[in-house]
Design a protein around this ligand. Structure first.
Ligand SMILES: C[S@@+](CC[C@H](N)C(=O)[O-])C[C@H]1O[C@@H](n2cnc3c(N)ncnc32)[C@H](O)[C@@H]1O
Length: 187
């Protein structure tokens, strides 16, 4: 067995953390793979709030969710994740999932950016319940991604002072810096 990719590992870990009826956030809807995963986890009474500023991504994610028969569990917002606090109540969210970078096979310029990502992470502090979980898949293999990954890692590390438990999972010994998963549990 090969070590799982960070995107897969995030789902394996979050599957146990999310309960039926939870409200959760997909902070980077993209092609909707994580949105479908989250919609399956929250069950009929739960909700997924899914964010992406790209119309193309929202269309793609919505069609994947609809094809899975889970459309009634998901609210899509074609806007930046930095605005997530406008759409959810403080302390109401059990899980927030980020998969940074760009839409696979699309314009690489439409990528997540450090400044917006840090604003969104700051918003998760107020939205997450106590014990809520935050996952972030980072892509340090290109210069902007490396800057963003370092900023996210520093922010998450600083949460330890507030009682959050944080961890980092990734491949060792790769030629290029490999994608990795950051995970945190709010105090
Ligand atoms: C790697 S893809 C996400 C893949 C997705 N989780 C999936 O399962 O298919 C990253 C996405 O982040 C989106 N993105 C870029 N800036 C964003 C922002 N400020 N807020 C929310 N999403 C953003 C991009 O448009 C892209 O669709």
């Amino acid at each position: 067995m090969n070590p799982p990719r960070p995107t897969h590992l995030a789902q394996v870990i979050l599957r146990d953390a999310i309960e039926e009826g939870d409200t959760v956030i997909d902070a980077t809807a993209g092609n909707g793979h994580d949105t479908v995963f989250l919609a399956g986890c929250v069950g009929e009474k739960g909700r997924v709030l899914a964010f992406d500023p790209q119309e193309k991504a929202i269309r793609s994610a919505r069609s994947r969710v609809d094809a899975a028969g889970l459309g009634c569990r998901v609210d899509f917002y074609q806007t930046s994740h930095s605005r997530m606090a406008e759409h959810a109540e403080a302390g109401s969210i059990s899980t927030v999932m980020f998969n940074l970078g760009y839409l696979p096979g699309d314009d690489h310029a439409m990528t997540t950016e450090s400044q917006e990502t840090l604003l969104a992470l700051a918003a998760t502090q107020g939205l997450l319940k106590s014990g809520g979980v935050l996952s972030v898949v980072c892509y340090p293999g290109h210069p902007a991604g490396a800057v963003e990954a370092a900023a996210v890692e520093a922010w998450l590390s600083s949460r330890a002072a507030y009682g959050w438990r944080t961890a980092k999972y990734g491949m060792l010994g790769t030629l290029q810096p490999a994608p990795y998963l950051l995970l945190a549990r709010k105090a």
